[in-house]
Design a protein around this ligand. Structure first.
Ligand code: NAP
Length: 321
């Protein structure tokens, strides 16, 4: 059977797939497979190994009458029309769990970078402006002992809470459902969205991108945050109203933001948020640790082997959201 792989992956990952199937792999690791080529190649494909930059929608399904498995190298699957896949009997796999720690690490890196102003502090040296130690020179808010509010206390949210506990932070969280086990093991407190926004020094967004979470943090939510609040988003850019975020950062209604994700990716250096010194921005590298990416790629390849053998996928997306 034919498998289309939309990014260049290491040979060691594709070994079993190649033994059992015909593999067409896009030649570039860091370049999106052109849409025209993808639509041409899926015409006779049985499976697709994809990632968050490919739009897996009705148009693609229409071009791929034989498609049986879509396997994404990501935990988020907002770029895949799950309902349409289900109607067509196409199994969809994703990679939960293996990227949890790496993404939590990166989230915490943004918390520390924003709180302690690491990027701006390094710029001082680069610009040769470091003249002396000063009692309040380049001081920022505390991280240890501060209150963190996690919106979306799932796998990654809990891993962030675990790290926060190590920093003696007061942990608040909000989900649609309570997680009593996390409350007991991590000392986290379940609060309403309003209470979380009002009390948190660090507001961390880790909910998936769904129709319900679209722009869930906007003007109304920023208005409830402290003037000293730091907003961290390592979930998806579509969960935030970027115009409102720009406004509250530029008029210093909140203190700073740490962003790994954006509404339209990639962003350019001309993006309005890049003009603000209280923004720390990263190019969607939440899970970008080598072992993690190898595990994600292997898991995604394994799902195709499973699906094409007529077995259930180890990590199948069953529903949207
Ligand atoms: P997860 O285990 O499914 O956790 C998501 C959490 O969000 C759940 O606890 C869920 O709880 C909560 N949630 C869902 N809808 C919500 C809503 N409307 N309001 C409040 N909370 C809501 O997923 P995960 O593995 O932790 O991953 C979370 C997200 O992180 C992914 O979907 C992905 O978009 C993003 N991510 C980003 C990167 C990166 O590179 N930056 C890497 C990995 C993942 P309830 O169902 O109880 O509400």
């Amino acid at each position: 059977m034919k498998v289309v792989v939309t990014r260049k992956l290491p040979d060691s990952i594709l070994h079993q797939l190649r033994e059992e199937h015909e593999v067409m792999m896009w030649k570039h690791e860091n370049e999106v497979m052109p849409r025209d080529l993808l639509l041409e190649e899926v015409k006779d494909a049985d499976a697709l190994l994809t990632n968050l930059t490919d739009d897996i929608n009705v148009e693609l399904y229409e071009h791929a009458p034989n498609l049986k498995v879509v396997s994404t190298m990501a935990v988020g699957y907002d770029n895949i029309d799950i309902e349409e896949a289900r109607k067509r009997g196409i199994k969809v796999g994703h990679t939960p769990g293996v990227l949890t720690d790496a993404t939590a690490d990166l989230t915490f890196a943004l918390i520390l970078a924003c709180g302690r102003g690491l990027v701006g502090a390094m710029d001082v040296i680069r610009k040769d402006e470091w003249k002396s130690w000063g009692p309040f020179y380049l001081t920022g808010p505390e991280v240890s002992g501060a209150t963190i509010g996690i919106i979306g206390m799932g796998r990654i949210g809990e891993a962030v809470a675990k790290r926060a506990a190590g920093f003696s932070m007061n942990i608040l969280y909000h989900n649609r459902s309570r997680k009593k086990e996390a409350e007991a093991t991590l000392g986290a407190t379940y609060v309403s969205m309003e209470e979380l926004l009002q009390k948190s020094d660090y507001v961390v967004l880790l909910a998936p991108s769904t129709p319900e979470t679209n722009k869930m943090i906007g003007r109304e939510q920023f208005d409830q945050m402290k003037k000293t609040a730091i907003f961290i988003n390592t979930s998806r850019g579509t969960n935030v109203d970027e115009e409102a975020l720009y406004d509250v950062l530029s008029n210093q209604q909140i203190y700073a933001a740490g962003l790994d994700v954006f509404e339209q990716e990639p962003i350019s250096a001309n993006h309005p948020l890049m003009s603000l010194s209280n923004v720390t921005a990263l190019p969607h590298i939440g899970s970008a640790a080598i072992d993690t990416r190898m595990k994600m790629a292997q898991m995604a390849a394994d799902h195709i082997v499973e699906g094409l053998a007529g077995r259930n996928l180890s990590h199948e997306v069953k529903r949207k959201g």
